[in-house]
Design a protein around this ligand. Structure first.
Ligand code: IPE
Ligand code: IPE
Ligand code: MG
Length: 237
């Protein structure tokens, strides 16, 4: 039986988050500059997005650039921003063809003007698409998001909030928490991704470097998730 057919449709994660890591090492292994790895990561993004939509995932969040990534060399940051602009521009058609809505979370004001413009155009163009929502985490960090939420609350003079109330101030407002978080490249850490939202998320780590990540890898992660016993602190009935 093909791997994809082994997926139980009734137990699909609604939301999958992915930390796309290992581009630099992938390039270095090939004796190339790090940027070559980022360029080749785009293929993995396209295939993962299309596969997730095909499988029936409703929300896919991709960690593309963290707040901390601004501290990389100017050359690498510039290359990443240029790549982001060209990718959003080229891939808007793929999103339209696949009925996928684009959204973004993070401190988007930090992005270069051209990048913001391209991003906003794509978000606007795809806003009525219904099959899946693709959320790009850009200039994102979980701590930034939480502090940002607190500051918004202070401005609104909120006195007391519930967990549900607090979620309304997060960038991910209206998006269910991810059931599954995948990180590529063998690193087993969170690196400031979705800190609030992953309270009960299942974590999946693979040694595959991001540019090599394909549909089979996504399916393998989902099948692994479907074997997990999610207890949420309770005992099994
Ligand atoms: C992930 O790959 C992409 C970004 C963080 C932008 P890296 O660039 O972190 O690659 P490694 O981890 O150094 O191999
Ligand atoms: C996390 O990867 C951020 C993204 C994939 C965008 P990093 O490579 O920046 O994280 P660390 O440095 O390994 O923790
Ligand atoms: Mg890395």
């Amino acid at each position: 039986m093909a791997l994809t057919e082994q997926i139980t449709k009734e137990n699909l994660p609604k939301h999958i988050a992915i930390t796309m890591d290992g581009n630099g090492r992938w390039a270095e292994q090939k004796g190339k500059f790090r940027v070559f790895g980022h360029q080749n990561g785009v293929k993995a993004v396209r295939e993962t997005v299309e596969s997730a939509a095909e499988i029936g995932i409703k929300f896919l969040t991709l960690y593309a650039f963290s707040t901390e990534n601004w501290d990389r060399s100017k050359k690498e940051v510039n290359a990443l921003m240029t790549l982001l602009i060209s990718t959003i521009n080229k891939e808007t058609k793929t999103l339209m063809d696949n009925n996928i809505r684009l959204d973004a979370i993070g401190d988007l004001d930090q992005l270069p003007e051209k990048c913001k413009k391209e991003l906003n155009q794509a978000i606007e163009k795809t806003k009525s698409n219904k099959r899946m929502t693709l959320i790009l985490a850009l200039s994102y960090s979980g701590r930034w998001e939480i502090i940002n939420a607190v500051n918004k609350m202070i401005l609104e003079e909120a006195k007391q909030v519930t967990e549900e109330g607090f979620q309304q101030y997060l960038n991910t407002k209206g998006v269910p928490d991810p059931e599954l978080l995948i990180r590529t490249s063998g690193e087993k850490r969170i690196s400031n991704f979705l800190l609030w939202q992953i309270a009960y998320t299942e974590l999946y780590f693979t040694d595959t470097l991001w540019p090599d990540f394909r549909k089979e890898d996504l399916v393998a992660a989902i099948l692994d998730y479907q074997k997990r016993d999610r207890r949420f602190g309770k005992t099994i009935a």
